[in-house]
Design a protein around this ligand. Structure first.
Ligand SMILES: [Fe+2]
Ligand SMILES: [Fe+2]
Length: 330
């Protein structure tokens, strides 16, 4: 097969994948008000529900001896704030993603295959923002969401990345992977979270699967077409984006830690100094390590960076493979 024929075939496969994902968005989608029975007794929020207690296996704060030694009432208080803050930050990330994708698609030429699917994705992200905020409101957790520095930068990040579509897709993956991984691990563990939280997680995981597939395929198609210098720059940007997004999404802001009276050393160990928490963090990115390897973004410098940032480790053998070692270590 000539290179040109190979390229055409890859493009045709990519366009077919976009059509399939778009059809999926049309036929399987969720409305935050139609598909969640917020007012049903089953989804009623109980502020004392022991299911607010953080997982000792998958949550870096839940894994600390300090947290585990607290009376249940305090565990519930901290667990509620922690979970709801992560949801609120997740929603804020989705708003950044929408801004970047919107700017990217409106500049595309007519007939671009990405146009339709990206708009489906943005519609879904709008629904997720509404769904997460509704949950935060109903729980009554007055959580701050993202840190001030990111809040100030957030209106501009999407706009800058829209001019660098591959970096935009890598950033989208960086925002989606930690939350998706965290939610999937909780569900895999038995979904022992309050029912309203469970429902939002199920919906989110179902729709994120499409978003993550799209970003994967976009990266796979476009990275080999980058010049050497851009590819090298991207190989370094990739782990940096993962680490920064993880920090912003999964680490509660200092103001919240203070309000919840989490001792400083416990907070530092949980985010992300202790071996258990580092293992949890690295476990978020098994799929990303596999993707970076597959598209040729692992070189000596980037490998060192993955290691230095504490997010290196084994590669997933298939997408969504659970990190058994994180589960065994806890
Ligand atoms: Fe989402
Ligand atoms: Fe998404």
């Amino acid at each position: 097969m000539t290179t040109q024929a190979g390229t055409r075939e890859r493009d045709a496969g990519y366009q077919e994948m976009l059509r399939t994902l778009s059809e999926g968005s049309v036929h399987v989608h969720f409305d935050p008000y139609e598909d969640i029975a917020w007012d049903s007794p089953e989804l009623a929020i109980d502020p004392a529900d022991p299911r607010w207690v953080l997982s000792p296996t998958h949550d870096p704060l839940g894994a600390t001896a300090w947290y585990q030694g607290l009376p249940q009432e305090r565990q519930v208080e901290i667990g509620t704030a922690r979970m709801m803050n992560a949801m609120k930050v997740g929603a804020a990330f989705e708003s950044m993603l929408i801004r970047g994708l919107m700017q990217y698609v409106v500049a595309l030429p007519n007939g671009s295959p990405e146009f339709r699917y990206c708009l489906h994705e943005m519609t879904e992200e709008c629904n997720h923002i509404q769904m997460f905020q509704e949950l935060v409101n109903r729980v009554g957790a007055d959580v701050p969401g993202m840190r001030r520095r990111l809040r100030l930068a957030s209106p501009f990040i999407g706009g800058v990345l829209a001019a660098l579509p591959v970096a935009l897709m890598v950033s989208i993956l960086a925002g989606e992977e930690p939350i998706d991984h965290y939610q999937k691990s909780l569900l895999r563990e038995g979904g022992d979270v309050p029912p309203a939280v469970l429902r939002t997680m199920e919906i989110h995981i179902a729709e994120e699967a499409r978003h993550i597939s799209f970003a994967h395929e976009f990266v796979k198609l476009h990275v080999p077409r980058l010049g050497r210098a851009n590819r090298f720059a991207l190989s370094l940007y990739f782990p940096l984006a993962m680490r920064i997004a993880c920090e912003e999404i999964m680490t509660p802001p200092g103001s919240l830690a203070k309000r919840l009276e989490i001792p400083r050393d416990v907070f530092e160990q949980a985010f992300w100094r202790s071996p258990v928490s580092r293992r949890i963090m690295a476990s978020y990115f098994g799929d990303m390590r596999a993707l970076a390897e597959e598209v040729g973004l692992i070189n000596r410098a980037s490998r060192r960076l993955w290691q230095r940032l504490g997010i290196d480790g084994e590669r997933s053998r298939y997408r969504g493979e659970p990190d058994r070692r994180a589960e065994l270590l806890a």
